[in-house]
Design a binder for this molecule. Structure first.
Ligand code: TXA
Ligand code: MG
Length: 348
């Protein structure tokens, strides 16, 4: 029975495998291919899911910012994410799933986590929860911590992709480490061309700032990063929520709370009432000499959605700096001011 048709069958299978693998590898490496931005139709989402299962990286839209996704259970894929972003290995990644059940074997969800999931998922909330033994999630993804950050994004393309990938997906924002997060597919291509297999284009991100990160791995819930879900909304549901301070002794609670981050090339000056010589003015509310306006009507949701793309548009060599008008520190303003302070921080 050996030989005969079986040899041919095996040969055929090996060849199919080889060709598939080669085309995947080619898609992963060829700069012309990897520059391609693909509209997120069903076939493209299926292709992206296959890339993720094969260990390749794919950029995809979420409601907050674009993510750079790879299989969270595959050490090599996770290592490739850190390499593509130039991200320090001590800064852990958020693990994404299509629903809360997808995290059942990865983390331990207590009653607080369940209530938050019920209220805010899918949505711009990330929960840091105790890692389960044998979670399957790469230790590299969580930077060796005994917690894992998990999130269910509220974007139809992200949810379809996560469903089709049939694995948890580690995804930081799809930008080189320290730079401005991407809110369009074009932003992703500008920063990461040649470093990923595919960019799924799902249009501009609705929220525009990253998810809120809340730490539930200890007794008092702690806000690690303000974001799309407001502190007020968290407190309304949980009662007491502490706020982590990046400069507190013992180092930042969230390893990602680096002072300089989200930085354009130009220096950024905050609380500006007008532009000085050579500066661009990024306004909030009515202003006579605004170069761009985050929100003429002082709408914080509109300002958050505009923030990163406007910083990018003003980051041009014909200006010497970017001056930003004051923004109130409540609601989404907390997240906006957090990003602006990091954009304005001394560069390391
Ligand atoms: O909106 C978002 O959250 C986007 C989209 C793509 O989902 N993702 C995102 O990921 O912003 P990234 O990697 O840029 O930011 C993740 C943040 C970092 O500040 C990181 O330190 C923190 O989450 N983080 C991740 N895992 C953590 C953990 N186990 N403990 C504490 N902080 C964690
Ligand atoms: Mg980021």
């Amino acid at each position: 029975m050996e030989g005969g048709p079986f040899i041919y069958l095996r040969l055929l299978l090996s060849l199919t495998f080889l060709l598939t693998f080669q085309s995947l590898a080619h898609r992963r490496l060829s700069p012309s291919e990897s520059m391609s931005i693909t509209p997120a139709a069903d076939a493209a989402i299926a292709e992206a899911a296959a890339f993720i299962r094969s260990g390749a990286l794919v950029a995809f839209p979420t409601e907050t910012v674009y993510g750079l996704g790879g299989d969270a259970t595959n050490d090599r894929a996770v290592a490739a994410i850190f390499a593509a972003k130039g991200r320090p290995a001590f800064n852990p990644l958020i693990v994404h799933g299509p629903d809360r059940n997808s995290f059942a074997t990865a983390v331990i969800m207590d009653d607080r986590a369940s209530r938050l999931a019920e209220r805010f998922w899918p949505g711009p909330l990330t929960m840091v929860l105790p890692r389960r033994e044998g979670s399957g999630v790469s230790l590299l993804a969580s930077a060796g911590l005994d917690s894992i950050a998990v999130r269910v994004p509220a974007h139809p393309v992200a949810l379809s992709l996560l469903q089709a990938a049939r694995t948890l997906v580690a995804a930081p924002s799809a930008n080189p480490s320290g730079r401005i997060s991407p809110t369009t597919a074009r932003h992703v291509a500008d920063g990461l061309t040649g470093k990923l297999a595919m960019i799924l284009d799902g249009g501009a991100c609705r929220v525009g700032v990253e998810s809120t990160v809340i730490d539930l791995s200890s007794e008092i819930p702690t806000l690690l990063r303000p974001g799309g879900v407001t502190l007020e909304a968290l407190r309304a549901l949980l009662g007491t929520v502490a706020v982590a301070n990046a400069s507190q002794s013992g180092g930042p609670r969230s390893p990602g709370m680096l002072a300089s981050h989200y930085a354009p090339t130009l220096p950024v000056r905050l609380e500006a009432t007008e532009a000085r010589d050579g500066e661009a003015l990024l306004a909030f509310g009515p202003a006579a000499d605004a170069d761009l306006n985050l929100s003429l009507t002082r709408d914080l949701a509109e300002a958050a959605a505009n923030l990163f793309s406007m910083l990018r548009r003003l980051d041009r060599p014909d200006f010497h700096g970017i001056a930003v008008m004051p923004i109130p520190d409540d609601g989404l303003g907390l997240a906006i001011n957090d990003r602006l302070r990091r954009a304005a921080a001394p560069r390391g």
